[in-house]
Design a protein around this ligand. Structure first.
Ligand SMILES: *Cc1c(COP(=O)(O)O)cnc(C)c1O
Length: 353
């Protein structure tokens, strides 16, 4: 730290992203990326001409992509916000709607806490229940910015939309942010509720189900007035927040919806297979509605298993939190990758017995 950093940031704890090894030696099951490439039509959209057009700024209103998303999800373009990854819309939401207070689960996406710290927000962390589920009643009538990932990460578990509606309805004076980064893998979306409640913000990403993590593209749905607030923040920080190439790829991605639905079905099939195999090996596997599994075995500490797997060329994600130190988060890869993962887990366990 230099002696110039503003006082308010001196104790800030930044987010720690999952490892991104520079070599490809690993089977990479640690950051919930898709194991599949973007649709062929998306790859073809990246033409020489598109690269040459980089001399021009991107469209700060991102009108074309907004219209395509609005059409796909049956809302108006005024209900859509686009961001540089969904991390950016989370950032903007904490900035715009955090006021003095926020609340989220104790075990959830680590960035919520970071944004809370960044904006000096007094945040409350509510413990998940013993079975790692969210008790929606804990978030009713809080009168603070409520942030819930549904499905949640790293647990993979989700709550039904009627419970989300109770949370939204009981907090009419504050924003309820539902982070649907994983909704395409089997969760229930709260999207229709934006027609009825002006305090609901639903955020999504192209990073997981749409195979575009490196493109950095996120989006959100809400009442047009909430979207206008987010646009105000965006135009006060970085109007060209999404680069030209990513906008173009995003448009091609929305046009290839069928491809991505098929890939999601494939990942769900592989997830169910992997969960079954882990259970046969004695693992506790939380019920997942995402592209990852959260699993642990009484036979071995989560950190130890993470290290043994890493030594054998497989990366999963371990979290330091004592409440979940038995567990690892395992991204679902291709069927071949998951077969190799299961074989390696067996190897590790039998060696240890
Ligand atoms: C991955 C993830 C995000 C962020 O995704 P971006 O790559 O920034 O779009 C947001 N929320 C949750 C819960 C995530 O797991």
């Amino acid at each position: 730290m230099s002696r110039f950093l503003n006082q308010c940031y001196q104790s800030l704890e930044a987010y720690t992203p999952g490892e991104q090894p520079r070599d490809m030696r690993y089977i990479k099951l640690n950051t919930n990326e898709s194991p599949y490439p973007p649709a062929p039509s998306v790859v073809e959209a990246m033409t020489r001409e598109q690269v040459e057009l980089l001399r021009l700024y991107s469209d700060p209103t991102a009108r074309t992509l907004k219209e395509k998303l609005a059409k796909l999800y049956d809302v108006e373009p005024e209900n859509v916000f686009l961001s540089n990854g969904s991390d950016e819309v989370l950032n903007f939401a904490f900035m715009a709607f955090g006021g003095k207070e926020a609340v989220f689960p104790d075990i959830s996406y680590g960035f919520y806490e970071v944004y809370g710290g960044l904006y000096g927000i007094d945040y409350e962390k509510i413990p998940l229940k013993a079975d790692f589920s969210v008790d929606y009643r804990d978030y009713c009538g809080k009168g603070k910015l409520v942030v819930i990932a549904n499905p949640n990460a790293p647990t993979g578990m989700s709550i039904p939309v009627w419970q989300i509606e109770q949370i939204v309805k009981s907090n009419p004076e504050s924003v309820v942010l539902i982070d649907e980064a994983y909704v395409d893998f089997g969760g229930q979306t709260a999207l229709p509720l934006i027609q009825k409640y002006d305090n609901l913000l639903v955020t999504r990403t192209f990073s997981k189900s749409r195979c575009l993590a490196g493109g950095r593209l996120g989006y959100a749905f809400a009442d047009s007035r909430l979207i206008a607030d987010l646009e105000k923040i965006k135009f006060s920080t970085n109007p060209y927040n999404i680069n030209r190439l990513t906008l173009r790829l995003g448009e091609a991605t929305v046009d290839a919806e069928d491809y991505y639905r098929e890939k999601c079905r494939e990942i769900i099939r592989t997830r169910n297979w992997t969960a079954e195999k882990l259970q046969e090996l004695g693992f506790q596997v939380l019920p997942s509605q995402t592209n990852f599994l959260f699993a642990g075995t009484p036979k071995m500490d989560g950190m130890a298993l993470y290290l043994e797997l890493k030594n054998r060329g497989i990366l999963v994600r371990h979290f330091g939190n004592p409440r979940i130190d038995r567990f690892n988060r395992i991204t679902i890869g291709t069927p071949e990758q998951m077969a190799a993962f299961i074989d390696t887990v067996k190897e590790v366990l039998y060696e240890k017995l």
